[in-house]
Design a protein around this ligand. Structure first.
Ligand SMILES: Nc1ncnc2c1ncn2[C@@H]1O[C@H](COP(=O)(O)OP(=O)(O)O)[C@@H](O)[C@H]1O
Ligand SMILES: [Mg+2]
Length: 491
């Protein structure tokens, strides 16, 4: 393709050169011929004038004609030929109407150029001057003009061809240069078409030095944009795949979590109906199991509802400013009976008494009770749970950090990154045994983020865990829609 352009450019240059050669040749022959005829005419007029003064006796007539290099004719006032160096005068027709003779008769120098009537095809130059009462005419064949003009033409053509040689070399160089550049642009387009968006064109000079430089800069920009878009699409694709995997896992988890208590309820109620109802040894225990599973289903559906409300942004928050210590006290009061039952001490680590948080008090209560409930589940009797808060400075905006620390079993480091995912549990069996749904921490994460805060955990095995979350001090103007980032709905 580029070779074709190279050939086309060269062919175009050749055409231009040949057209100029033809034009030069045409002009040169015209100019050479007219200049030659001019010179010859002047020379012959001079000769004619001299001859008109000479003594043109018939004896010397031929010799004079020879010396003048042409045919000499004398014409009388009535147009008759009285003497001619080449022909018999008496046989020649009347010359009165010949243009050069007409001029000479009027006392001027007559000049005419035409083919000879006797020698067909040969051009003659006729010069006539007044002579006695008539005219003296000298006729010279213009045969040598062609040879002279051709010699000039050949010289001109030779010189022009020599001058065109560097022009051809220069145009070949440029044609090669352009076709090489076009070749790299074609290769670049090919790379893009193959999906290689990281391909780049070599820079041709500074970005605005010529059209090729501008074109290569623009094409490189296009390549960069395509690469960015492609990478973005790839990222989005990976993210969509991840979300889809999470959605499928969630559906599988929910069905599994629902099936276990339902199967248990169905199994025990069938056993009761099959006769165990009359068996006083088992019937109460079976009904208790059925009740436990029904409670489990209630907790599960309640947690799922809370989670989906926050995720679907249909949860209505009543934001207001609250003293953070008051919110801690509320949670402590709710959980104290359970803590007492398990002989676990609840310790308060209050913030400055004037410290306020801007939040929904119900959501705050749910977060705190979920965390304290977990701490109670995973801390042995005699342990301590600390509920604390303090203002954090230096962040993007003012926040209060709240924490729930326990002296329980702790969480293995490898489980920490996934702890806030739905249904993620370190020990599934133990969580179920303790009445957990595996959704508590997911709810905590979504509620904190919906209120403009965040959550994190620190834990050491056998020593205990601390869950931290932040709450903004001032109204951030967040609607729940803005507060929940799309990726947060994934887990
Ligand atoms: N304070 C804690 N100490 C040890 N492990 C904890 C603590 N809190 C949560 N976990 C672990 O995190 C898992 C998820 O907690 P959560 O989402 O509240 O579910 P659930 O309490 O229903 O099991 C729990 O199953 C448990 O393995
Ligand atoms: Mg829990």
């Amino acid at each position: 393709m580029t070779a074709k352009i190279f050939l086309k450019l060269i062919a175009a240059v050749f055409c231009v050169l040949i057209i100029s050669l033809v034009a030069v040749d045409f002009m040169a022959s015209k100019i050479a011929e007219s200049s030659y005829v001019d010179t010859l005419s002047r020379e012959l007029i001079g000769k004619c004038r001299i001859l008109s003064l000479a003594d043109l006796t018939p004896a010397k007539f031929k010799a004079f004609a020879q010396a003048a290099g042409g045919r000499l004719t004398v014409i009388s006032a009535d147009g008759r030929v009285t003497a001619d160096s080449d022909n018999a005068a008496e046989r020649m027709e009347n010359h009165r109407s010949r243009p050069e003779v007409v001029a000479a008769m009027q006392g001027k120098v007559g000049l005419s150029r035409r083919p000879s009537p006797t020698m067909a095809g040969t051009q003659f130059l006729y010069i006539a001057v007044p002579f006695e009462s008539g005219a003296l005419r000298l006729a010279v064949p213009l045969r040598s003009v062609d040879a002279q003009v051709n010699a000039v033409r050949f010289q001109m053509l030779g010189a022009t061809t020599l001058a065109f040689l560097p022009a051809i070399l220069i145009s070949a160089f440029f044609a090669r240069y352009f076709s090489a550049r076009l070749g790299s642009i074609i290769e670049f387009a090919h790379q893009l078409a193959q999906g290689n968006f990281s391909a780049r064109l070599a820079r041709f000079g500074s970005s605005n030095s010529d059209e090729f430089a501008v074109l290569s800069a623009r094409l490189n920009d296009t390549g960069e944009k395509l690469q960015e878009m492609f990478e973005q699409l790839q990222k989005e694709h990976v993210e969509l795949e991840r979300l889809e995997r999470i959605r499928k896992d969630f559906v599988i988890n929910v069905s599994h979590e629902l099936r276990t208590p339902l199967a248990s309820i169905q199994g025990y109620s069938e056993t009761l109906l099959d006769g165990a109802l009359e068996d006083p040894q088992h019937n109460t225990r079976f009904v208790q199991i059925i009740r436990q599973n029904a409670e489990r289903l209630t907790r599960l559906t309640a947690d799922l509802l809370t989670l989906s409300r926050v995720e679907l942004k249909s949860q209505r928050f009543n934001f207001a400013s609250y003293y953070v210590n008051g919110l801690l006290d509320n949670a402590r009061d709710s959980m104290k009976p359970m803590a007492d039952k398990q002989s676990i001490e609840l310790v308060m680590s209050y913030a400055d008494g004037t410290e306020e948080v801007f939040c929904d008090s119900e959501a705050m209560h749910q977060i705190l009770t979920n965390l304290i409930d977990n701490a109670l589940k995973y801390t042995a009797a005699g342990g301590t749970i600390t509920i604390g808060a303090k203002a954090l400075t230096g962040g993007e905006h003012e926040v209060v950090e709240v924490w729930v620390a326990d002296t329980g079993v702790g969480i293995p480091a490898e489980d920490l990154p996934r702890l806030f995912e739905r249904f993620y549990r370190v020990d599934k069996a133990r969580s179920r045994e303790l009445g957990g749904t595996g959704l508590g921490l997911a709810i905590v994460k979504h509620l904190t983020r919906a209120m403009g805060g965040d959550v994190r955990v620190e834990s050491t095995l056998e020593k205990g865990s601390t869950f931290y979350f932040t709450v903004p001090v001032h109204d951030l103007g967040l609607s729940p829609d803005e507060a929940i980032q799309p990726q947060l709905t994934a887990s």
